[in-house]
Design a protein around this ligand. Structure first.
Ligand SMILES: [Zn+2]
Length: 428
């Protein structure tokens, strides 16, 4: 698309709910209109995503951007800055591809991008990289602040889970989370029923019948007479890592996201979950089993196989970038599942990596003890449950680092630094 031929354009503006930026939708659109006017382009549509985080939502999953793609008869999209469109490089490239496919150009008022020349494209990608680094910086700061509080055993906020309450910390500043004597009993009963095979629906009905107190809400109920439990509430309780004494830690993801990873929790420097025994009502192993049970039972919510592969939690927060010392993220590259470094962008294909790791785990550690059994037994029990598989891998893994490849994203065993945990020997 040659920008000299543009006649009709549409405007796109986005504002995040976290207000990490301050330029209002109105101002973004206004500057877009001026930009178009100066070039003699006709504005044939304006599309907006208000209160939508670019970290938690891919462009195509946003209502405004999706409506824009569905509109016709425009040959350019005007945005205010590259980071309005995407804060992840892959998302940016993907969004640009959709525009190219319909022969529409992309311009940004504040960023001199020109997607019609190779140099211009490279520059745009670089801006997208900066956007992503900045997003990562925001998350890193949130993470550091939380890690500090957690180290002190303090409650980090973000909603008190059912069965618990926050109390004044007697040993220092701030507040800490403790069990709520009455509600923890109901929570324990709900978990026990789920472990025995009760469905989420059945548990909701049982809690309602028994008159179990409902979770406390910030906003008053629309109908205060309604004391019925719903299945979403029960499901959230059963998937909360606090059940095993872990602290949920999922920055950058919207609370409303129902696919929140129950294993996105605060971890120590070895990647093992940090567990506060005083809060746990089941063990980590029981929690893994419970998630597995919930996953297999709720078939309507069970994810599609293809989707599961790319978002498979098997290698979530497992491998570190050898250069940057940060965990590699899960993503896709040319529709293939990959791990990639959020800092240096190195990428590694997942398909062969997963097979290679699995092979070595079973060959070299198969007879090691794992959760009262052997690694091989546990692996077999895990079936194709990626979270259970991950738990088995993590029980053996000490170090997994990925070095940058000479030829891009291809798998090469030399790129891995893999070290198992020392073999457990009885103490004494
Ligand atoms: Zn890196």
């Amino acid at each position: 698309m040659n920008l000299n031929q543009v006649q009709r354009c549409v405007l796109y503006a986005r504002l995040s709910v976290t207000k990490e930026e301050s330029v209002s939708i109105a101002r973004q659109l206004e500057s877009g209109r001026k930009y178009a006017e100066a070039r003699g382009w006709e504005v044939v549509g304006e599309f907006v995503d208000d209160g939508v985080s670019a970290m938690a939502n891919r462009p195509e999953d946003r209502k405004g951007w999706a409506a824009l793609l569905a509109a016709d008869d425009f040959d350019a999209v005007v945005i205010w800055k590259v980071d309005r469109l995407a804060r992840r490089v892959l998302d940016f490239l993907h969004a640009d591809e959709s525009l190219q496919a319909r022969r529409a150009g992309l311009v940004a008022v504040e960023d001199p991008i020109d997607m019609t020349s190779p140099q211009g494209r490279a520059f745009a990608v670089m801006l997208a990289v900066f956007g992503e680094m900045e997003a990562e910086g925001i998350r890193a700061r949130v993470r550091a602040a939380r890690a500090h509080l957690i180290k002190d055993g303090r409650f980090v906020g973000g909603g008190i889970p059912y069965g618990y309450r926050s109390t004044q910390n007697l040993d220092g500043p701030g507040r800490i989370l403790t069990k709520d004597a009455e509600r923890i009993r109901w929570l324990g009963e709900a978990v026990r029923l789920a472990q025995q095979g009760g469905t989420v629906n059945a548990i909701a009905i049982w809690l309602t019948d028994q008159g179990a107190p409902l979770p406390v809400r910030r906003k008053p109920r629309i109908d205060p007479e309604n004391t019925a439990w719903n299945r979403q509430t029960v499901e959230q309780l059963l998937r909360n890592p606090v059940l095993a004494g872990m602290t949920p830690h999922n920055p950058g993801r919207a609370k409303s996201d129902k696919r929140a990873d129950p294993f996105a929790v605060v971890r120590d420097e070895h990647g093992a979950p940090v567990i506060d025994e005083s809060l746990a009502i089941i063990t980590f192993e029981e929690f893994v089993q419970l998630q597995r049970t919930l996953d297999t039972r709720d078939s309507p919510q069970a994810r599609k196989r293809t989707e599961r592969q790319t978002t498979s939690p098997f290698l979530s927060r497992v491998a570190l970038c050898d250069d940057c010392d940060v965990f590699l993220y899960r993503g896709t590259n040319q529709k293939q599942p990959v791990l990639y470094c959020p800092k240096c962008r190195q990428t590694l294909g997942r398909v062969r990596l997963d097979l290679y790791l699995t092979g070595r785990l079973l060959a070299e550690r198969g007879t090691e003890s794992c959760a009262g059994s052997t690694v091989r037994e546990r692996w077999k029990l895990a079936g194709d449950d990626e979270m259970a598989r991950r738990a088995v891998l993590m029980s053996q893994l000490d170090i997994l680092r990925v070095r940058r490849g000479v030829v891009g994203r291809y798998f090469d065993a030399d790129r891995l630094v893999l070290q198992w945990r020392p073999t457990t020997v009885p103490a004494g």
